[in-house]
Design a binder for this molecule. Sequence first.
Ligand code: EPZ
Length: 431
Amino acid sequence: MDRIRIQGGARLNGAIPISGAKNAALPLMIASLLTSQTLTLENVPRLADVRLLLRILGNHGVDHMIAGKRPGELPTSGQTLKLEARNIVDTLAPYELVSRMRASFWVLAPLLARMGQAKVSLPGGCAIGTRPVDLLLQALESLGAKIDIEAGYVIASAPKGLVGGQIVFPKVTVGGTHVALMAASLARGSTVIHNAAREPEIVDLADCLTKMGARIQGAGGSTIEIEGVASLGGATHTVLPDRIETGTYAMAVAMTGGDVFLQGARPELLQSALDVLSRTGAQISSDAMGIRVRRNGGEIQPVDVMTDPFPGFPTDLQAQFMALMTRADGVTRITETIFENRFMHVQELARFGAKIHLEHDTAVVTGVRSLMGAPVMATDLRASVSLVIAALAAQGETIVHRVYHLDRGFEQLEQKLRDCGAEVERISGGD
Ligand code: EPZ
């Protein structure tokens, strides 16, 4: 397994191209199961999760083609994927594949909507919390699906097709909303999703489905109305920029100091996080080409944060923000409201000399003058990158183990940081 070595202390200066959003690309790819025609997705990030999902979709009969690079294209330009599910050859998604990536469970919705049946392994536990799928299943039941759970598999059927209905989510769920959107697009009649997730990735999926012929109103708000259609067609869609990658690099600059332009980033996708960063003392400005983040001297100010569904502060930036606050001039309270166990980075940040203690769902961070490099390891994607942020500002060398977590969600991380002056290198092999 690869490791990353970081020599801390360099300020970040330069430009970082922002990739297409992982959490938009995955549901968009899954939406290819809804049609026999070609779905072309542009700006798809080159990530381990994307490669794994291609394998999973391939099992169901989705053919894919990855367009070659055009002359002059940068290595960081996203890839173009052509996905074609002319014939669904299998409606079974096995444990071996679904257990490796939770989002792949969402194939349940398009398989059921198009084929009237699907058998998908339960995704299982995950390092950031229990993460059940009850709300996703209830959404499908609201559209007339019969759901049974047998030997770890969800067996869903709707032999006469799904029927539009009222879907009321008792709590906001991104995956539940993706599933509801895909299923309702091919259901007979109208569906209303109440308390829908408002994340930009939901809007991106709704936009793509609309290009494919779906009739969707209100995506981006809490109530979404869908008028089902008999079939969907092909489309071409560009994946929106990754707001979590954007926020991660913005926090890295706030941590190390310097001046970095985040090319292609869109401030409206992460305004709450940018507002918090400004209050810590970073200077943020933006134009049509991207977002500029600067911090030149001065202490990092502590800012209390509570995670919330969009447009609130994203849970996927909580770990990175905690890394920043380890060097703040005072005490910060960071409250996690989305996942009950998303503090696995706390003990790893402590290896750098960070002072953090947990009070139920709140991490209390007392800023320290300096961090010291250390060997560290993380258990999930965002936690891993929080360790990279700490390492960039720490004195001495850090080795981050289990880099495969980073490869799941950050495209060309070392290259992007190196291009801005960081001392980062990948060491192949080891544990
Ligand atoms: C998506 O996960 C993202 N994943 C997560 O990003 C992100 O942290 C999360 O949304 C919240 O923003 C992808 O988009 C691929 P949820 P998802 O359903 O859809 C509870 C990353 O690092 N819940 O919105 O699985 C659940 O336990 C990942 O990129 C139920 O109780 O999250 C949680 O407490 C990690 N029952 C809350 O709802 C259900 O049936 C929100 O989860 C479903 C969810």
